[in-house]
Design a binder for this molecule. Structure first.
Ligand SMILES: [Zn+2]
Length: 291
């Protein structure tokens, strides 16, 4: 990090730093409230927030009626996604081992992961962690991973749909690197703003919503960041993502009135609970190894 040009603004404003992926400083405004690194194309939200302020976003309202219509009700669709990821990780670590999940929310992945790994995790959403521990018996703790004492070493550290929410994902991944065993796996998923669908949608791409999404990676910028931190054998894949009909209609209703009329009708029927796979090839799953 030494050669990174950084400065801290006055008051309680967050650090304004050079690109977390490549270290370049000049950025150009792109869409409202976002700026793109002129060198590697990484996009970030322009937010003058103290990092602590991000914690206030992830209350019960975020998971119920906020970004998620009802995260717990969506559990089955989420489980399908997590089973695929667990199968990938079990292939990489057939003997199992110690797994740590950063951003475990309600513990759906931990619940699946504990069948193969000694799995535990953390989240800054207190309600979600409490519910995960009570309802699913997972080993989850409330807290900010960055502020926790050095743990591990772990065979696997994963962050599912989490890095985009962080003010400084580079610092979390740097710590994760230090806590992995040699040969350990970093696993994460996030949107790909360089994907064809994201480029077609432009500023209307469904994943653009600061302040909960702060960082918008491309395959290139993610590769730069992981290489800078010392990760090797970085693999990208674009598996389909399971979704729930009710949740899809809620999102569509936010943008198109016709769906707000259809939604209550569907919600009362079993149709609303149907889960289906969708692949717009704009969600990347990334596996990297610490040599
Ligand atoms: Zn950059």
């Amino acid at each position: 990090m030494d050669d990174f040009e950084q400065y801290v603004s006055e008051g309680d404003k967050a650090e304004r730093i050079s690109c977390i992926c490549c270290g370049h400083f000049p950025h150009t405004a792109v869409y409202e409230g976002l700026e793109r690194c002129d060198k590697c194309g990484h996009i970030r939200a322009v937010l003058d927030w103290a990092p602590e302020k991000f914690h206030e976003l992830y209350t019960r309202g975020y998971f119920k009626g906020g970004e998620y219509e009802d995260y717990e009700e969506e559990g089955l669709a989420l489980r399908y996604n997590f089973m695929k990821r667990l199968a990938d990780l079990a292939k990489r670590h057939p003997e199992g081992g110690d797994l740590w999940e950063i951003g475990c929310a309600y513990g759906f992945f931990l619940e699946a992961a504990q069948t193969h790994f000694n799995a535990a995790g953390c989240d800054i959403a207190a309600d979600a962690v409490e519910s995960g521990v009570a309802a699913r018996g997972v080993k989850a703790v409330y807290g900010d991973y960055l502020k926790m004492e050095k743990g591990g070493p772990f065979d696997v550290i994963c962050l599912w749909d989490t890095v985009e929410h962080m003010a400084r994902p580079d610092l979390y991944l740097e710590k994760a690197f230090s806590e992995l065993i040699p040969g350990g796996t970093l696993a994460l998923s996030t949107g790909d703003i360089g994907s064809r669908w994201a480029r077609v949608r432009g500023r209307h791409w469904r994943l653009i919503h600061p302040p909960t999404h702060v960082h918008y990676f491309t395959q290139h910028s993610m590769g730069q960041l992981l290489a800078r931190l010392g990760f090797e054998e970085v693999r990208f894949s674009y598996p389909p993502f399971w979704r729930n009909v009710n949740t899809t209609l809620v999102k569509l209703a936010q943008k198109h009135r016709v769906f707000s009329l259809i939604r209550p009708l569907v919600a009362r029927t079993p149709l609303g609970r149907i889960n289906y796979p969708l692949n717009l090839f704009d969600l990347m799953t990334v596996y990297a190894r610490k040599k």
